[in-house]
Design a protein around this ligand. Structure first.
Ligand SMILES: Cc1cc2nc3c(=O)[nH]c(=O)nc-3n(C[C@H](O)[C@H](O)[C@H](O)COP(=O)(O)OP(=O)(O)OC[C@H]3O[C@@H](n4cnc5c(N)ncnc54)[C@H](O)[C@@H]3O)c2cc1C
Length: 435
């Protein structure tokens, strides 16, 4: 195989470049910094962490801990570098960010099979390449992608609603029903009475927002959410009027239950076939995570909710992956272009490293689909599943995984079993591939 271009020396691109080069392939790594900076990066170093220095938990009873173990089995280079730059952070893998970025940059520079080329890429190459330009992909390249696939296939911010586990819901209050009983009762419904609804709206309005970056504040100040009604933060909708939610996303019509018409209803939509995880429809939010716990637990039936993922709204360039990606993570409209990192539709440092590694392994070894029991296997499946509508970026969470054959009530045991099952399945696949 000839040379491979990797575009973007961030987390995904650095991982992909190191993996390919160590396999003996010639790599041209193209990075626009420092000539053209993103609004968040400050240096010309590869793999610069633009915000937190934490790569989250290493515990095997957490989804991020499991994801790290999967990446270790798959041969991640950046994870090993991160561990060598670790700073004390309890069960989390946190790094000295400067040391980490310098160490990655040094390894890239020392690798004889990698040529690092500085300069903004504005056109997609015709050779095999992995596109890893991240959540702040430059404008010119974003325009090129839009021209290739259609403007609507590239989003510029994400609006994510929280996901809760089904076994934390109070089913004495929550009921299954489709509006006007038109279809299967796929949705779960949380009914509010008048007092509960107004208490919830009040709490939403008082809720403290997370601290956005200055450039994000500017971006959202200029953004007209009325063009993106489905992405408007729930607290912004509530600000339009105390009854806006119950006349809109929380309207109770057709959701009567046991002869009672609720004052308002929050619907929960399933995240997986096993119905172990549900998202709060219309509850994309800019509230801090601790505030999300406080406010969303006021919803009847969610008093003890376990949050598998928190809601968020960020500046983020990402593809409408299920519509535009082929099963091997190439663009359907340009089959030489593999996509990885945040641009491909995953969210989070380790998820970006993971998809960089995955794209490199698909491109260089044609690795088959990973087992459904693994987080990486599920991230891959979600990115290419054409039945997914209203795609939102995905991160590692246990809600992605199929339910255990024998349900376990103990949450810790359940998580450990899910993790053990994943690693066994992955080891088995890798063993078969080695034979
Ligand atoms: C402001 C912000 C804060 C974040 N904070 C966190 C956090 O705390 N924790 C977390 O888990 N995730 C966070 N994320 C999400 C995500 O995990 C990180 O952005 C992560 O670095 C993305 O990895 P990546 O490899 O996809 O992109 P990046 O690491 O951003 O790498 C992309 C690279 O491509 C380069 N590039 C862009 N366009 C071009 C072009 N046209 N030509 C050549 N090079 C180009 C960029 O300069 C950059 O070096 C954050 C995202 C943003 C935007």
């Amino acid at each position: 195989m000839g040379g491979i271009k990797v575009i973007g020396a961030g987390l995904a691109g650095s991982e992909a470049a190191l993996y390919l080069a160590e396999k003996g392939l010639q790599v041209q790594l193209l990075e626009m910094r420092p000539g053209t900076m993103t609004p968040a990066h400050r240096t010309d170093l590869a793999a610069e962490l633009v915000c937190s220095n934490s790569l989250k938990s290493t515990r095997l009873d957490t989804p991020s801990g499991l994801l790290k173990e999967e990446l270790r089995l798959l041969g991640s280079r950046l994870l090993t570098i991160a561990e060598s730059c670790a700073v004390p952070a309890g069960h989390a893998l946190a790094v000295d960010r400067e040391l980490f970025a310098r160490s990655v940059s040094d390894q890239l520079e020392r690798q004889p099979n990698i040529e690092l080329v500085r300069g903004e890429v504005t056109r997609l190459p015709s050779e095999p390449c992995i596109l890893c330009t991240g959540p702040l992909t430059s404008d010119a390249l974003a325009r090129e992608l839009q021209a290739l696939m259609g403007a609507e296939q590239l989003c510029f911010f994400d609006a994510i609603a929280p996901i809760v586990s089904s076994d934390s819901l109070d089913f004495t209050k929550v009921y299954s029903k489709d509006r006007y009983d038109k279809g299967e009762p796929d949705y779960l419904n949380c009914p509010f009475n008048r007092d509960e609804y107004y208490a919830f709206v009040e709490a939403l309005l008082e809720g403290e927002k997370h601290q956005a970056h200055e450039f994000e504040n500017e971006f959202f100040r200029d953004l007209d959410f009325s063009y993106y009604e489905n992405c408007t933060p729930v607290e912004e909708l509530a600000r339009r009027g105390i009854d806006t939610l119950r006349h809109g996303v929380m309207r109770p019509m057709g959701l009567e239950h046991g002869g009672v018409k609720p004052f308002a209803v929050l619907q929960l939509r399933t995240e997986n076939r096993d119905r172990t995880a549900f998202n709060l429809v219309g509850c994309q939010t800019m509230l801090r995570q601790s505030e999300q716990q406080r406010v969303f637990r006021l919803i009847p039936g969610l008093e003890q909710a376990e949050f598998l993922r928190y809601g968020s709204i960020h500046r983020n360039s990402y593809l409408n992956a299920p519509s535009v990606l082929a099963p091997n993570l190439t663009l359907r409209a340009a089959r030489n272009v593999f996509v990885a990192g945040q641009l491909s539709g995953v969210e989070g440092y380790v998820e970006c490293i993971g998809t960089g590694l995955l794209a490199a392994k698909i491109l260089s070894e044609g690795i088959p689909m990973l087992p459904p029991e693994t987080i990486m296997g599920q991230l891959w499946r979600r990115l290419i599943d054409p039945s997914v509508h209203n795609f939102q970026p995905i991160n590692a969470n246990y809600g992605l995984l199929p339910a255990l054959e024998t349900p376990l009530r103990d949450k810790k045991l359940k998580k450990e079993s899910l993790s053990r099952r994943s690693l066994t399945a992955l080891q088995q696949l890798l063993g078969e591939l080695d034979d």
